[in-house]
Design a protein around this ligand. Structure first.
Ligand code: BG6
Length: 606
């Protein structure tokens, strides 16, 4: 999730571009750059680091010109560096891009065979070479060359292209990544998101998938990839820029909860291969089929690891252990060659997880990082990396990175399962097909979660909460309790439902809200009897249940409905109402939801 901007008009392009990028820095901040055209001459400035580093460069070297494009990066392919920063240049062309070119390896090989030289590790650079290749075939409008190039690209993109052969225009295109046009008097603004252009205009056009736009200061032509003209309606935005950064949501956490379908589909993108019933980890294979998997993590990532155990053991039939990194590192652990140690960390910087995976690597284990930040410490120290593509997570309480981690663990389970020979084609095909439907089911589930405010009001003064679940719902009970603790400061405990009668049942009375995760499928009947035990002791039951479940209503006071899914993938849905419940209770209690007390987004000290 990067931020791109573009401008043509009468203002100094760099000031418009930099103002826009500042407003988009929440989308990515590991490197940045601009390309500006003046008198048919293009100048590019780009560098690793926060936007302030680029500002320093621009302070030394002013770039004159009223037309340009800019980018602030959240690396997905190629670590943050000067050469991987956008814009990427090829011949007269420069490109900035937000998205993932899934077939970049094949395109790069073809272009290299045709004599192109690449200067970065990014997927984006192939687009610059494809446009350059199209222009080299003979004089043509820039938009035509861009359409020819994008016709070869698989994946997602919001892309802006300039060429010093076309000094008065630039071209943008959109597929699965956001892009909005701002139309002013004799000037046009483009950005990944509205915050970047609200300072200049509130008249915007939200582009749709497949749109390609040729832009001049006094003219905007929208068309499809075949060049067929398209008309898009103008809208007037009423939000403030700050509101727009949260896409109109009151908090980043709520925005990130609603970004989960996209975060999961971007994390699965290019990794599930339905044609061959397989899953790939990106460009890297595991060196060997592990005889055992050990997962290390902290906090919410640890709960993702607990779901990962189910995914790996039942799909790959390989033993999988999950350990708290802070415990593992001091336990003189029994780990070594033949073991695959998976370190899960959103930030990739958590000290305990970093130390634990170094410990395992030192003992000869193969190490794989599942991280959301490219080139972070844990990603750098591990033999292999499987990046989640959730984009920057601003809210301290992790939400979209959690479900993206579950998606990555499902990919890993299929990958190992196929290579261990334990996962049959038919089972792989079924799991892959179900996984591909999950983003849409997440959207449906989130849309169905109405009445959270009223439910939260009922429990705003609760002293304690108990969360119960069985099987893959047990880690979700732990995660639901953690979310509530993190942002509402209410004491909450997650427990295996089967364990309830061995202790926590003593806590139950009419004052205790008990959240029971009870989706249809494996263990459902057992959970129903746990529900009855709670009801019998006057506990206030809030059930997470599968849409269409006719039996559950008599066992509970409130129901949070989720779409149906197979047991292994239910956590990607059942966690959603628990995130929303914690959020609603925290808001009702007036907590600082995005920056809760005593917590940090990443704990880099022991
Ligand atoms: C805590 C965060 O500091 O670290 C949690 O507040 C997070 O949200 C935990 O789950 C682990 O972080 P990471 O980056 O290693 O997943």
């Amino acid at each position: 999730m990067c931020g791109i901007v573009g401008y043509v008009g009468t203002r100094v392009a760099t000031s418009v571009l930099m103002n826009g990028l500042r407003r988009l820095e929440y989308r990515g901040y590991d490197s940045a750059g601009v390309a500006v055209l003046s008198g048919g001459k293009m100048q590019i400035l780009r560098c690793r680091g926060k936007l302030s580093a680029l500002e320093a460069l621009l302070a030394e070297t002013a770039l004159p010109g009223n037309l340009g494009i800019g980018h602030t990066r959240w690396a997905t392919h190629g670590r943050p560096s000067d050469e991987n920063a956008h814009p990427h240049k090829a011949g007269p062309v420069a490109v900035v891009h937000n998205g993932i070119v899934e077939n970049h390896v094949a395109l790069r090989e073809r272009l290299q065979a045709a004599g192109c030289t690449f200067s970065s590790q990014t997927d984006t650079e192939v687009i610059a070479h494809l446009v350059d290749e199209a222009l080299a075939k003979g004089p043509k409008p820039l938009v035509t060359a861009v359409c020819e190039a994008l016709a070869q690209v698989e994946g997602s993109y919001a892309v802006a292209v300039v060429s010093d052969l076309h000094p008065d225009e630039f071209v943008v295109a959109k597929l699965a990544s956001p892009l909005v046009l701002g139309v002013g008097e004799g000037e046009v603004f483009v950005a990944s998101d509205a915050p970047a252009l609200l300072e200049y205009t509130r008249e915007v056009i939200f582009l749709e998938d497949g749109d390609v736009v040729a832009i001049r200061a006094d003219q905007v032509e929208i068309m499809d990839l075949a060049g067929k003209p398209i008309v898009r309606a103008k809208k007037t935005i009423t939000w403030t820029a700050a509101q727009a950064e949260k896409a109109g949501y009151p908090h980043f956490m709520l925005k990130e909860i609603h970004e989960q379908p996209r975060a999961v589909s971007d994390t699965l993108r290019g990794r599930l291969l339905p044609d061959t019933n397989d899953a790939v980890l990106g460009d890297e294979e595991l060196p060997e089929v592990p005889k055992r998997v050990v997962i290390l993590a902290c906090g919410t990532s640890y709960h993702a690891g607990l779901v990962g155990k189910f995914l790996i053991e039942s799909t790959a039939r390989i033993p999988c252990e999950v350990d708290l990194a802070s415990e593992f590192r001091y336990r003189d652990p029994v780990v070594g060659p033949g073991d695959l140690v998976v370190a899960i960390s959103q930030s990739g910087e958590t000290a305990d997880t970093l130390a634990a995976v170094k410990e395992a690597k030192g003992r000869g284990a193969t190490t794989l990082a599942i991280c959301n930040v490219v080139d972070s410490a844990i990603a750098r120290v591990c033999h292999r990396v499987l990046y989640t593509h959730a984009g920057p997570e601003i809210g301290v309480a992790s939400t979209k990175c959690f479900t993206a981690q579950l998606a990555a663990l499902a990919v890993l389970a299929i990958h190992v399962g196929k290579r261990s020979g334990n996962l049959k084609d038919a089972d792989a095909a079924a799991l892959i097909s179900e996984l591909m439907h999950i983003p849409a089911k997440m959207t449906e589930t989130l849309q169905g979660l109405t009445g959270m405010k009223e439910l939260a009001r009922k429990h705003v003064h609760a002293r304690d909460f108990l969360f119960l679940g069985r099987g893959t719902s047990y880690p979700i009970a732990l995660e639901g309790a953690l979310k509530l603790k993190e942002i509402s400061y209410i004491h909450a405990e997650g427990y295996a439902a089967g364990e309830m009668k061995h202790g926590p049942i003593a806590l139950i009375d009419d004052g205790l809200p008990v959240v029971v995760i009870a989706p249809l499928g494996k263990g459902y009947d057992k959970v129903l009897s746990n529900l009855a035990e709670v009801r019998a002791r006057e506990g206030h039951v809030i059930a997470v249940a599968t849409v269409g479940d006719k039996a559950i209503a008599e066992y509970c006071q409130d129901i949070l409905w989720v779409q149906d899914a197979p047991h292994l993938l239910q956590p990607l849905l059942t966690v959603l109402p628990l995130q929303m419940l914690a959020y609603a209770v925290a808001v009702a209690r007036g907590s600082d939801v995005d920056q809760p007390r005593n917590l940090a987004k990443s704990v880099t000290v022991e």
